[in-house]
Ligand binder design. Structure first.
Ligand SMILES: *[C@@H]1O[C@H](CO)[C@@H](O)[C@H](O)[C@H]1NC(C)=O
Ligand SMILES: *[C@@H]1O[C@H](CO)[C@@H](O)[C@H](O)[C@H]1NC(C)=O
Ligand SMILES: *[C@@H]1O[C@H](CO)[C@@H](O)[C@H](O)[C@H]1NC(C)=O
Ligand SMILES: *[C@@H]1O[C@H](CO)[C@@H](O)[C@H](O)[C@H]1NC(C)=O
Ligand SMILES: *[C@@H]1O[C@H](CO)[C@@H](O)[C@H](O)[C@H]1NC(C)=O
Ligand SMILES: *[C@@H]1O[C@H](CO)[C@@H](O)[C@H](O)[C@H]1NC(C)=O
Length: 501
């Protein structure tokens, strides 16, 4: 059955997207942090002798290895690489441990990574090629980069086999169609249902947009998930209110047959919805009718479709991290650590400012830091404000602990801060610490403001918020341009990794 689909795929014109094209968006250093891993190609084993080609995915170096027993060597070996295999009649386990240096960044960085992967053998040949050996980094930080989960159901057993004859189950189908004069009654059409792809188990909620329900919007879990990766399931549905004919067109992914050959599959199908309807006059405007239709629950609708295009994607690309054009938290913190400061102000001489790491930050806003308790010699603890960052998957991009000193005369702000990056391996955050000495290079203007003290107590039921009477006048000072922001380099950065304390 699988062979049949693969043949069909070939007939439809399979295009092999290039792994290299995607990876080359990033340099050796970035790739060493995000995908310290190897591809093992053309593995074959016979008579105690094993051979394969090995590609380091971070450096792009390749070499051909042959192994006597468990030890492997190459004519031209990769730098500091130890490879070994354990082979049985049905399986080969390949272990790789390599030390390499990337010089695309300054300073050059030494990486050590090790990993093991196993592949089943058929007549001494690997059943899957290339084989991916995912590595854990040992240096410069100890962590195991996480991979994505990929689009729903891509590795569900039977995904590819069932995709040969695509089908979808529609449930909770409701169609409402109301006529109206748009004065006393509105003209309104609404279609909603849940669509489940039988091959992947992917569920999408679908609903019509606008007054005439021909274009239906469908969405699944991909909207809440940050671990889908670069491929996302997409669904297009059309509905004809005159005939109840509904057409589904979806693109999904299967790699249950072989993660080295992920497939992007499109299919479509049409069904006439067996709607059961009630029609009655609109209460406000009895000359207009409203129709309300459902499919009885025990009669869920199955749409049998046909296969469209099938595209072979780059090996393992479904779960690979999505390459970014900007440096992540960890890489920024190691190679170009900078804080961005903004909203500097003093209130009755108590300092506050906002802060965020200068890195690939997406929709992330700076976090306020207030003056906490004095620790002597002009230093204060940071009282870190609203920590919205703990909610986001890549963690906060501001200090979790800091101290600062401010010299009013020179406007020099010195910040000693600890921060962490979790984007590579949430279980093993990389913890940084460093010092930034910077100048608030703006005119500071002051005004006198009335000071009021608000209570933290929640309002009683029916109680209105009352503004307390002022209890004094204080100086409120801020940068002349209130949205003035500046960056400060972070010096003397040190880091460690491992599970958070
Ligand atoms: C990796 O090597 C392949 C073939 O040797 C080459 O085509 C590709 O451009 C290289 N990619 C990078 C990022 O160096
Ligand atoms: C394999 O390598 C190990 C460690 O380097 C060595 O002790 C052992 O003798 C080697 N075995 C063979 C068969 O070469
Ligand atoms: C490969 O590794 C697995 C898991 O560690 C182990 O159970 C299996 O026996 C190994 N196979 C061989 C041929 O050594
Ligand atoms: C990999 O090699 C390094 C030294 O080159 C060693 O410290 C480390 O223990 C090895 N790791 C594994 C998992 O073999
Ligand atoms: C389904 O969608 C794909 C991609 O958008 C498109 O190429 C194809 O023509 C559509 N098929 C149908 C039957 O609408
Ligand atoms: C302003 O600061 C001074 C000195 O720290 C303190 O004594 C005073 O109570 C503060 N005023 C207000 C209104 O908080």
């Amino acid at each position: 059955m699988m062979a049949c689909l693969l043949l069909l795929a070939a007939a439809l014109g399979v295009s092999a997207a290039s792994a290299q094209a995607v990876i080359s968006a990033q340099g050796c250093t970035s790739r060493s942090f995000s995908i310290p891993s190897w591809f093992i190609n053309d593995l074959s084993a016979s008579d105690g002798k094993t051979s394969f080609t090995l590609l380091n995915r971070a450096t792009n170096q390749t070499a051909e290895y042959t192994c006597q027993g468990t030890n492997c060597s190459a004519g031209e070996e990769l730098e500091d690489l130890i490879a070994s295999v354990q082979v049985s009649a049905t399986t080969a386990n390949v272990s790789v441990n390599q030390t390499w240096v990337c010089s695309d960044r300054s300073p050059s960085t030494k990486f050590i990574a090790a990993g093991t992967s196993s592949v089943s053998l058929t007549d001494g040949k690997a059943a899957s090629s290339p084989l991916l050996v995912k590595g854990s980094l040992l240096q410069p930080v100890a962590l195991t980069p996480q991979y994505n989960k990929g689009p729903t159901g891509h590795d569900t057993p039977g995904c590819l086999a069932k995709s040969e004859k695509p089908s979808w189950v529609l449930s909770h189908v409701i169609w409402a169609d109301q006529d109206g004069d748009e004065i006393t009654s509105v003209k309104e059409q609404r279609l909603t249902f849940i669509l489940t792809n039988v091959a992947t188990g992917y569920e999408a909620s679908c609903m019509s947009q606008g007054p005439v329900a021909t274009n239906i919007f469908c969405a699944g879990t991909e909207f809440q998930s940050f671990t889908v990766g670069r491929y996302s399931i997409s669904t297009a549905v059309q509905f004809d209110p005159a005939t109840y004919s509904l057409t589904v067109n979806q693109t999904w992914f299967c790699d249950d047959h072989d993660a080295a050959k992920p497939l992007q599959i499109s299919g479509s199908g049409t069904v006439a919805l067996p709607l059961q309807c009630k029609t009655e006059p609109v209460a406000e405007s009895p000359s207009h009718l409203k129709k309300f239709c459902t499919v009885p629950d025990d009669d869920s609708v199955t749409v049998i479709g046909t296969l469209g295009t099938v595209v072979t994607l780059a090996p393992y690309s479904i779960e690979d991290p999505v390459p970014s054009n900007q440096d992540s938290c960890t890489i920024s913190s190691i190679f170009n650590p900078r804080w961005q400061f903004s909203y500097f102000s003093t209130y009755n001489n108590s300092i506050s400012f906002e802060i965020i790491l200068q890195t690939n930050r997406g929709f992330r806003y700076p976090n306020p830091v207030y003056q906490g308790k004095a620790t002597g010699d002009g230093w204060f603890e940071c009282d870190i404000g609203y920590d919205g960052g703990s909610q986001v998957p890549d963690g906060p991009l501001w200090p979790y602990k800091c101290q600062f000193a401010y010299d009013k005369e020179t406007k020099e702000l010195t910040l000693k801060a600890d921060w962490e990056c979790t984007e590579l391996d949430p279980a093993n955050p990389v913890r940084f610490s460093g010092v930034s000495t910077t100048t608030v290079n703006s005119n500071i203007v002051c005004e006198k403001v009335e000071h009021r003290e608000y209570t933290d107590e929640p309002l009683e039921e029916g109680e209105e918020l009352t503004v307390p009477d002022p209890i004094g006048v204080v100086d409120f000072c801020y940068t002349e341009n209130p949205s003035f922001s500046w960056t400060g380099e972070i010096k003397d950065v040190t880091w460690t990794s491992g599970k958070s304390a």
